[in-house]
Design a protein around this ligand. Structure first.
Ligand SMILES: Cc1ncc(COP(=O)(O)O)c(C=O)c1O
Length: 390
């Protein structure tokens, strides 16, 4: 056993790799004094659109604003209903309520922990006037099957918003990049994300020029001709420094994603060797009472924003405390499902959504950031083995 700490994230190590490039990019913005919008932001929007195959990329202030602006561009407001999964980050749902629309919480698929066609159909079956669907690509793997989600949305007249905040460069089961099949695809550049800024940032993809135009206006106070505001917009603009840094980091993203995928493959192999399971199900018959995440079959590609294992609810927090004693960082994504968050409550009692409720009690994220080495992964696995050996 090594005594070296294994943090959940290591932004310092990543910065050390690229600090000269970052300093040069920041110095360029300082020289130009072009801090909001401007050429750096436009350049980054072009780069990322080319990188992903998105028709249009509209940068904004955060992933949350990307979701909010998508719903605003769609005209969502009071009287509308929007379906979203109950197992996700808070803002996948809060943006719906902020616009005065009703949140329809759907459960998630037990294997992928994402919303699937079955869950959407059951949410639609109980509700009319549904206007949009937010499909979250959780932990870096896409909601699937994507064709069925697109078809269901079209058939039911729903706008499909892909929340790809955690899934930049993931590929869906049709081989396309996360975020480009829906009417809107939303990214977050929160610092710990796979492509993280040095502050907040977000982006919306769309294939439709009219939607792109509307999004650009809405992010900038709804301005039309200078001084005229035909739309009620917000102030949510990416700044030049963040765009310049993100353009640098985009050059390294594929390598970092590959590192995450190799770390995940090593965890998978170690847990399989110890007799753990995969996906959902009981823990009793397993030699190691732990279930690793499902690795989707190609052409789908998981980018492992988080590597999340499941353990029985009664073991999750004690295991976490045990790993903490070895200075191993872990994360709880997400300990309270969204339908049970008081601030998101609707007029009626929350539905029972058993898969989301179980996941909230069983999931534990292990370190998978690109700067890890294989010795650290073996150290984490060994510490987990020791916990279960008692
Ligand atoms: C699934 C998901 N959606 C939305 C967001 C919101 O992104 P941001 O923190 O950039 O507002 C996050 C970020 O944590 C996220 O993980």
């Amino acid at each position: 056993m090594t005594a070296r700490p294994v943090p959940l994230f290591d932004l310092g190590a990543q910065h050390a790799e690229i600090k000269e490039e970052v300093a040069e990019a920041v110095a360029r913005v300082m020289a130009e004094q072009n801090f909001v919008r401007g050429s750096e932001v436009e350049g980054f929007e072009k780069l990322i659109a080319e990188h992903t195959g998105a028709g249009y990329a509209v940068a904004c202030g955060s992933g949350t604003d990307a979701l909010l602006l998508s719903l605003m561009a769609q005209g969502i407001g009071p009287g509308d209903r929007v379906v979203c999964p109950a197992f996700s980050f808070f803002s996948s749902a809060s943006v719906i309520k902020r616009l005065g629309a009703e949140i329809i919480f759907a459960d998630v698929d037990p294997q992928t922990l994402c919303i699937g066609p079955k869950q959407v159909e059951s949410a639609l079956g109980c509700n009319d006037s549904v206007s949009a669907l937010i499909a979250v690509h959780l932990f870096g793997a896409t909601a699937a099957p994507i064709d069925a989600l697109v078809d269901l949305s079209r058939k039911n007249g729903l706008a499909l918003v892909e929340d790809a905040a955690q899934a930049i460069d993931a590929r869906d089961d049709s081989g396309g990049r996360a975020g480009i099949r829906g009417d809107y695809g939303c990214l977050s550049f929160y610092p710990t994300k796979n492509l993280g800024a040095y502050g907040d940032g977000g982006m919306i993809f769309t294939q439709d020029p009219d939607r792109a135009d509307r999004l650009r206006r809405l992010r900038d106070h709804g301005e039309g001709p200078a001084g005229h505001h035909p739309l009620l917009g917000i102030n949510s603009r990416l700044d030049g420094i963040q765009a310049a840094i993100l353009s640098v980091k985009l050059r390294h993203l594929s390598r970092w994603t590959q590192a995450r995928r190799s770390h995940a493959a090593l965890y998978d192999q170690c847990f399989d060797d110890l007799g753990g399971g995969v996906g959902s199900g009981s823990f009793e018959a397993l030699d190691l009472p732990l279930r690793r995440p499902l690795s989707p079959a190609p052409p789908a590609l998981h980018v492992y924003h988080h590597y999340v294992v499941r353990v029985a609810a009664e073991h999750r927090d004690p295991l976490r405390a045990h790993l903490g004693r070895y200075q191993i960082g872990t994360g709880l994504y997400y300990p309270v499902p969204l339908h049970l968050q008081p601030s998101l409550a609707g007029r009626t009692a929350p539905p029972a959504l058993p898969v989301s409720e179980a996941a909230a009690q069983e999931c534990l994220a292990l370190p998978v950031h690109p700067s890890l080495c294989s010795e650290q992964i073996h150290f984490v696995v060994d510490a987990i083995r020791r916990y279960f050996e008692g």
